[in-house]
Design a protein around this ligand. Sequence first.
Ligand SMILES: [Zn+2]
Length: 68
Amino acid sequence: MARWKCKHCGCENFSEHYMNGYRKYGEYDEEGEPIDETIEDDDPELEIECEECGNRGLHLTNIAELVK
Ligand SMILES: [Zn+2]
């Protein structure tokens, strides 16, 4: 499991905006993709947003950095 931190505020909580609502994932892999095997991905992903500062982008890698 990889840890990602917001580039702006350092927070590790993110919300994903989808066409049909919000999703929140607890874990992401090193590619910045959510780790979740239970949801079928037929809902277009729009943006991901930092819950603390509102920093947002098209992909986790745009707004956060991988903590090694
Ligand atoms: Zn932030």
